[in-house]
Design a protein around this ligand. Structure first.
Ligand SMILES: Nc1ncnc2c1ncn2[C@@H]1O[C@H](COP(=O)(O)OP(=O)(O)O)[C@@H](O)[C@H]1O
Ligand SMILES: CC(=O)OP(=O)(O)O
Ligand SMILES: [Mg+2]
Length: 406
């Protein structure tokens, strides 16, 4: 079965074409700068990279261009669109409705539309991708895989905020959690690599990309996670603040004469590592390089970044009353030995953690980086959200399911 995976963002579409008989990636890529000058597709096949400059004013045009590339004689992987058996889509917000992946129907589309007010930056582009594929590949089934689904069964004590209950009842203001597909993949893979029974294990997954979140996965279920009502809560991220005292919002509105929306933009796009470094960079590679040259501000930014992660790990060890393993994943988690080492060495020896420095000197590869006598194991597990989406898509289509529960 050939499955196309589509991850539509506001100005980019990531895609992957997989042969699910052997889980082989046939080709993949990203359409970037959709709707802005300089739009292009960066396409990869058999490790080779191809750049296709192409004006793409909206998601319809971008997906059309992507589909043409999939069929291209030289750089494509199929001869005809009828070789695509199903399409799996990343959808960021599934509200309280979806606790698993689903076959996309009109009813599901309406629900995703309804939840757009909870994720205004994410759900509208996700929907555009779904609608464009439905138009371009009529008759091909579509599956939705939600970032929120893996966290949907968190206990109420973990997801309710201590504000008047009526706001939960009226507007569903609660913690949802995101990056669930990544936390699900990485926690399961961690259990496999350590030979643990997934259904009887305590794993903390640390997803450090541009957006970053941590999850406490107990017995194969997410019982808590650091992102909340929106992907703004929790860790310090590239441009997002993570946790703060909400009174800062009203304080800044008054002092700087800002609107609610302006403060929201500052917290989402101008804060985090970028804001702390006085706009030097949102990319942890830049911060790390400078910190290693003893730049005091960048050293401080790295300290704050690591400290917040360590505090959450401590909290989640308490939430699960123990922890068997901690796994680092995504851009920073997979590629930054120094961040992993400093978090573990400076804060986590109380968990009996010992890091093997040589093993930790790894980038983008599965590795147990703790020593054999480390009480809690520490791992690097590269995430693979696309493979999870393709697997769910295959299972739903092959078994004729409407919803796949985790
Ligand atoms: N070698 C590295 N060292 C430190 N950070 C890195 C390295 N490589 C990538 N990163 C970080 O990973 C981030 C991107 O992570 P990624 O998981 O691709 O994010 P997203 O999916 O949210 O776009 C970059 O912003 C960068 O800070
Ligand atoms: C939900 C979220 O934060 O996603 P990303 O990391 O892709 O921005
Ligand atoms: Mg990501």
């Amino acid at each position: 079965m050939v499955v196309l995976v589509v991850n539509s963002g506001s100005s980019s579409i990531k895609y992957q074409l997989l042969d699910m008989d052997d889980e082989n990636v046939l080709c993949k890529g990203i359409a970037e700068r959709i709707g802005i000058p300089g739009s292009r597709i960066v396409h990869k096949k058999n490790g080779e990279k191809f750049i296709v400059e192409k004006p793409m004013v909206n998601h319809d045009e971008a997906l059309k261009a992507v589909l043409e590339i999939l069929k291209d004689e030289k750089i494509g992987a199929i001869k005809d669109f009828n070789e695509i058996d199903a399409v799996g889509h990343r959808v960021v917000h599934g509200g309280e409705k979806f606790s698993g992946s689903v076959l996309i129907t009109d009813e599901v589309i309406n629900a995703i539309e309804e939840f757009s007010y909870l994720a205004p930056l994410h759900n509208p582009p996700n929907l555009m991708g779904i609608k464009a594929i439905m138009k371009l590949l009529p008759g091909v089934p579509n599956v939705g895989v939600f970032d929120t689904a893996f966290h949907a069964k968190m206990p109420k004590k973990a997801y309710l905020y201590a504000i008047p209950y009526e706001y939960y009842e009226k507007y569903k203001v609660r913690r949802y959690g995101f990056h669930g597909t990544s936390h699900r993949y990485v926690s399961k893979r961690t259990a496999e690599l350590l030979g643990l029974d997934y259904n009887n294990s305590k794993i903390i997954t640390v997803h450090l990309g541009n957006g970053a979140s941590i999850a406490a996965v107990k017995n194969g279920k997410s019982i808590d996670t650091s992102m909340g009502f929106t992907p703004l809560e929790g860790l310090v991220m590239g441009t997002r603040s993570g946790d703060l005292d909400p009174s800062i919002v009203t304080f800044l509105m008054e002092k700087e004469g800002l609107s609610a929306e302006e403060v929201y933009t500052i917290l989402n796009k101008k804060s985090g590592v970028l804001g702390l470094s006085k706009n030097f960079s949102s990319d942890m590679r830049d911060i790390e390089d400078k910190a290693l040259e003893n730049d005091p501000l960048c050293r401080l930014v790295l300290d704050i970044y690591e400290y917040r992660i360590a505090k959450y790990i401590g909290a989640y060890a308490a939430a699960m009353n123990g922890v068997d393993a901690i796994s680092f994943t995504a851009g920073v988690g997979e590629n930054s030995p120094i961040t992993r080492e400093e978090i573990c060495e400076n804060y986590l020896s109380f968990l009996g953690i010992k890091i093997d420095k040589e093993k930790n000197n790894v980038k983008g590869k599965e590795m147990i980086i703790s020593t054999p006598d480390s009480k809690t194991k520490v791992l690097v597990v590269p995430t693979n959200e696309e493979l999870m989406i393709a697997r769910d898509t295959k299972e739903i289509i092959e078994k004729g399911l409407k919803q796949l529960d985790y």
